[in-house]
Design a protein around this ligand. Structure first.
Ligand code: SF4
Ligand code: SF4
Length: 429
């Protein structure tokens, strides 16, 4: 392993945690797990290329010009490279640091700034999001979305296509509170920001399935955005504010387990210990909260939840990046799905290659996101499945938009909503 230069021999710029760069031994074993490398075959759009770029920036051998920023921007932050890396490179930490460096030191073009500041000003705040979407609810009720789409410029049309139908989308599971034992664990579902506006059924069905499995479910109003959107876009100051607010609320809730319907949020909360390690007041609480993050399928399996109904269909499963690469959860959702009588589970080719959603990536980098979305849906369609089940609303919207473009009969559905369909013995038509 290459030794980092000492601070005497090599002054470094504050691009990222410089010492972490030396974990990379440049073997290239991560390349085929990287969606942008797979799509472009360009070394500079591979994890190794980006690590080299960060090191060159840190050592002042490269200027932070538009080209360098482009290669960093194109990274999805999916962490496929972390799973593939035999040397344990903490790529997620590196790219988050580099993104903050870019935001501090680079002036973007007007249109790019406008897009990014719109996302940043609206998405983390549910009340702002609801206000912006209110006219669209009326448009959807009147069935005028196709007419609106026809008159919008291309970039706004792409954004509109990613929006699920507004209003009630998925049926809720029956509200079956199994009498939980006195010592039953308490679970809090973190409702998030975008998720509580656009994916409320995913949140509510997570709560209902957990209650049906015998957990005590506590509804917590005070949590805010998990901070992932900010971490992925270089706004670490606000991410820290959100993390502190969530740690205080979650600590006070007395939760034994914390679940999020959005796997990106779960991973962000699971990393609060690292994020707040220098916070004199909250470091220990942040570690405790982070250690309680679980996912829905793991909890349901642990409670030996079994579906009471048969549900005949073919299902394939897409690994949301942060669930698979962030939390390392792949088997539990598959096991749960395979345990449902009547469900035929077929494996999806490249199931853990990012679909292009990646937080707000499909809004800021629409071309690469569309290319990855098409690749993902090619693989989904090849399975012949009735449903593609996943554990992240962002993937759901991204894949659903591409399925709709193709008039496909396959439906993209969150695991919690799928379990509600099974509980109701219903079908999406
Ligand atoms: S985070 Fe994803 S897109 Fe970025 S370098 Fe790693 S594998 Fe590639
Ligand atoms: S990130 Fe890991 S897998 Fe990729 S080149 Fe570096 S050491 Fe090899």
């Amino acid at each position: 392993m290459e030794e980092p230069p000492t601070s005497h021999s090599q002054p470094v710029r504050d691009v990222c945690d410089y010492d972490l760069l030396f974990d990379c031994v440049h073997c290239g074993l991560c390349a085929e797990a990287c969606p942008t490398y797979v799509a472009t075959r360009r070394e500079m759009d591979s994890p190794r290329g980006r690590i080299y770029l960060m090191k060159s920036l840190a050592e002042g051998k490269l200027q932070l010009d538009d080209d360098a920023v482009r290669h960093l921007d194109l990274c999805l932050g999916c962490r496929g490279c972390e799973t593939a890396c035999p040397s344990g490179v903490h790529y997620g930490q590196l790219i988050e640091g580099a993104r903050a460096f870019v935001e501090r030191n680079h002036r973007r073009g007007v249109f790019d700034r406008l897009k990014r500041s719109t996302v940043s000003a609206i998405f983390p705040y549910p009340s702002r999001m609801r206000a912006v979407l209110a006219p669209l609810i009326v448009v959807d009720r009147l069935g005028l979305r196709p007419a609106l789409r026809a008159i919008l410029p291309r970039s706004f049309r792409d954004w509109l296509d990613l929006l699920p139908p507004l209003g009630a989308r998925h049926p809720l599971a029956p509200d079956l509170h199994v009498a939980s034992a006195d010592n039953a664990p308490t679970v809090v579902v973190h409702h998030g920001c975008v998720a509580q506006v656009l994916a409320n059924s995913e949140n509510l069905n997570s709560e209902r399935m957990l209650a049906a499995a015998g957990y005590r479910v506590e509804h917590l109003e005070e949590t805010v955005c998990c901070g992932a959107l900010d971490l992925h876009s270089g706004n670490s100051a606000r991410a820290l504010e959100f993390a502190r607010a969530n740690v205080r609320a979650l600590k006070g809730s007395g939760a034994d387990a914390i679940v999020s319907a959005a796997s990106g949020c779960s991973t962000a909360i699971a990393e609060y210990g690292e994020l707040l390690k220098h916070d004199a007041e909250l470091a220990a609480d942040a570690r405790a909260v982070a250690g309680k993050v679980k996912d829905l399928s793991t909890l349901l399996l642990a409670a030996k939840w079994t579906p009471v109904r048969e549900f005949r269909c073919t299902v394939t499963y897409h690994d949301a990046c942060h669930l698979a690469h962030g939390l390392g959860i792949r088997e539990a959702p598959r096991k749960l799905l395979a345990s449902i009588p009547g469900v035929r589970l077929v494996e999806l080719t490249e199931s853990d290659l990012c679909c292009g959603s990646a937080g707000s990536y499909n809004l800021t980098e629409p071309e690469m996101a569309r290319e990855l979305g098409r690749r993902k849906v090619d693989n989904i369609v090849a399975t012949g499945a009735d449903y593609v089940v996943l554990a992240n609303p962002g993937c759901e919207f991204q894949i659903a938009a591409e399925l709709k473009r193709r008039n496909s009969k396959t439906r993209a559905i969150h695991l919690a909503d799928f379990l509600a369909l099974v509980a109701n013995n219903d079908r999406i038509r």
